[in-house]
Write a protein that binds this ligand. Structure first.
Ligand code: 5GP
Length: 114
């Protein structure tokens, strides 16, 4: 059996995380190495490896996650705006092979990203 990713271990509560939201479909927790005053990771509980592996049937799940991110931004008081990032694959800078969305806010973001 393939080794669990660190995020699967967080879902399974094998390692701790600062969880800010959870429901039957997804989990949101603070990044261990925050790149902004607010840096939350939102992940599906379904083990999708990356953006590239999102399937046709995952549409409702992805819409659900986008709604969760939108609502978390309000809850976390990101009233001046925020950035949502999904790194995909090596060139995208993905380091954990479990689909995740970064919600970053609390400071102005620069462009282009590095
Ligand atoms: P990626 O580079 O794959 O887009 O993002 C992975 C993110 O997961 C990174 O921002 C990294 O800091 C975060 N991360 C890695 N391991 C852990 C962990 O054990 N706990 C938490 N909360 N975040 C982690």
């Amino acid at each position: 059996m393939a080794q669990k990713t660190i995020f699967q271990r967080i879902i399974d509560r094998e390692i701790p995380a600062d969880v800010v939201f959870e429901d039957d479909q997804c989990l949101a927790f603070r990044d261990i190495a925050p790149q902004a005053p607010v840096h939350v990771l939102v992940i599906p509980k379904k083990p999708i490896k990356s953006w590239a592996e999102i399937g046709e049937g995952d549409g409702p799940l992805i819409v659900h996650i986008t709604n969760v991110i939108r609502d978390l931004a309000v809850e976390l008081q990101l009233t001046d705006g925020y950035r949502v990032v999904c790194n995909c694959g090596d060139d995208g800078g993905q380091t954990v092979d479990h689909l995740h969305f970064h919600l970053l806010g609390g400071r102005p973001m620069r462009w282009p990203p590095g």
